[in-house]
Unconditional design. Sequence first.
Length: 256
Amino acid sequence: MSELIRIIRDVAQARETVLARRSWDEVEITPALQAGIARIFGEPLSPDQAVERILADVREKGDAALLDYNRRIDSAVVDQLRVSEDEMAEAWERTDPELCQALETAAGRIRAFHLKQYQQSWIDWDDAGGALGQVIRPIQRVGLYAPGGRAPYPSSLLMAAVPAQVAGVPEMVVASPPGPDGRIADLILVAARVGGVDAVYKVGGAQAIGALAYGTESIPRVDKIAGPGSLFVMLAKRRVYGQVDIDGLPGPTETL
């Protein structure tokens, strides 16, 4: 477990790490990460410079850039970016029924919570014929980022998808990185099904954020991007903010 999650055991250590409030530009880069960037781009770049290049490529080349970065970064070769209905069904069948039920229970509890926050349009007329009011409408399309890797987080996907569903968002799409076998983690696909997602795409990292922000031949442009991710995902969200809305820039947490 310690290899996957860094455990902070006292206040002094927390102040030096997760509570230090460093900017994304001050994140320490490991030699392995530096070497990976140099291998992918053929020259040493900072993470932000790498993200800038990825976003420019996605904006200019669309799907071709996504397929290229799938191969170069995730060692994944995929025939099509969108997950098929058959793939969704097969992921459901491979997943323990008790786990599927647990995710459905979680979705129900998340939905019950957010239904209490639901806001409706209102208008108040005064005796002179004047009125004050508020019109509340859902945005048209939301893009949800679901991290992959060694520990996929279906709960994070549900906590982004279900509130959007409660708010009445007509369309939700998910982007998640494929593994070397070209598949997205079954748990992510199951959570997407439980959360009522309309489409799932096999692309991760900064390139996924670029696709959601700008749109490509296969992936529609969204109005808002939500979900946690790596340093590169956060840097990409920071760069596209203003062209598309984002939920925020989630950082590390000390809560298990």
